[in-house]
Design a protein around this ligand. Structure first.
Ligand SMILES: [Zn+2]
Length: 381
């Protein structure tokens, strides 16, 4: 299949059509601010990158020229990709972008700025962004990405052209994993089903034994919550597991960042740190702590997603809906759970998972939220 930069945007023909037409329409007809929304894993940031590449490409997105390749790889000098690992994008970061947005493209055809987590832009950040989006330089294009329009500060989203991506189909994800990543077809089919429409998660599950093992451990957990003690132990294990996962993902990066900062500050072997260096190091360490926290929250969120899929399967069995199970590998556990309670009980458990998600997004301590959830799932009361 050769479809230039659009080839990997599976199941999004309507959105691709719109973006293609915008590129073909040229600079005089260009919309300068876009908001691409879609469920996690539907390919928002890939769609934004493909659009950026097509805007820079002399052929409108051939996929093979140096403009296309560098834009897709994130190294094009006039495509700025903003992806934060932090919990918010504040006014300082936004000001840097606004300066860049005001520069006329010298090498490329446009100055493209992609904010992958536009839902994390703060109110003050949005204020700083507003003028640049309302009165953009003639060849500047902003592309904001977020799960839904409601997640973006209202003053921002009302000034963007909105494009929504759909949840990709399982078969399309499996096909992509085989074609793009060279995954074995049986593994691709399993991963696509288990990931429930999340392309990135499917890729991880297809390639990472540890991720598959962790997922399986989560799926068998509900059937083992036989006592209060078991719930508390399991909650503690989930929290420490998510913390280990987050640290494993960041420890190398943390060390490298600290080494780079130390070198930049001229902190020598003697370890003498002027006062301002100490402040810079402290700032970096705070940022790294926030990043670990965000990754841990993401890992716990995946746990909740697996629990939800598990209880949906239980409900499928209980209501005789006849749909295929998302998790046939734990069919025995699902059948036993379906026999042991009523559909109303299952819906109540699904509600408890939702409540836990809300609690984690707020400021409830993760361990307390998870203990409370597992006790509800076990129904010890
Ligand atoms: Zn090209």
């Amino acid at each position: 299949m050769t479809d230039g930069v659009w080839a990997d945007l599976i199941g999004q023909s309507a959105a691709v059509e719109t973006l293609r037409a915008a590129v073909a329409g040229g600079a005089h007809a260009m919309t300068h601010a876009w908001l691409i929304t879609g469920p996690p894993g539907s390919g928002r940031s890939n769609a934004a990158k493909a659009f950026a590449a097509a805007l820079q490409c002399p052929e409108g997105g051939c996929g093979v020229c140096s403009d296309c390749r560098s834009a897709l790889a994130g190294s094009h000098p006039e495509v700025t990709l903003v992806r934060t690992e932090l919990l918010s994008i504040g006014v300082d970061e936004v000001r840097d972008l606004v300066v860049r947005a005001s520069m006329a493209p010298r090498r490329g055809r446009y100055q493209v700025l992609v904010i992958e987590d536009a839902d994390l832009v703060t109110e003050r950040g949005a204020d700083a962004l507003l003028k640049s989006i309302e009165e953009p330089a003639p060849r500047t294009v902003w592309v904001l990405c977020a799960p839904t329009a409601d997640d973006v500060v209202v003053t921002l989203r009302s000034r963007c052209r909105h494009l929504h991506l759909r949840t990709p189909r399982e078969a399309d994800i499996a096909e992509l994993l085989v074609r793009r990543d060279g995954i074995d077809p049986a593994m691709a089919a399993f991963a696509a089903r288990a990931a429930q429409g999340h392309i990135g998660r499917a890729r991880v599950l297809a390639r990472d034994d540890d991720a598959r093992r962790r997922r399986h451990d989560v799926l068998v957990l509900p059937s083992r919550l036989s006592s209060l003690g078991a719930c508390l132990t399991a909650a503690a294990a989930l929290i420490s597991g998510s913390s280990d996962e987050a640290r494993a993902a960041t420890s190398e990066l943390d060390a490298r960042e600290l080494a780079e900062l130390s070198a930049a500050l001229g902190i020598g072997a003697k370890g003498a740190r002027p006062r301002s260096s100490a402040a810079a190091v402290k700032e970096l360490e705070d940022r790294q702590k926030t990043r670990v926290k965000r990754l841990q929250r993401d890992a716990l969120d995946r746990v909740l997603t697996e629990f939800t899929a598990y209880y949906r399967d239980v409900l499928t069995v209980q209501t005789g809906a006849g749909a295929e199970l998302v998790n046939p590998e734990v069919r025995a556990e699902i059948l036993a759970a379906a026999r042991a309670c009523s559909p109303v009980d299952t819906v109540r458990r699904l509600d408890a998972i939702l409540a836990c998600r809300v609690a984690l997004a707020g400021n409830v301590a993760p361990l307390l939220a998870m203990e409370s959830l597992l006790i509800s799932l076990a129904d010890l009361g």
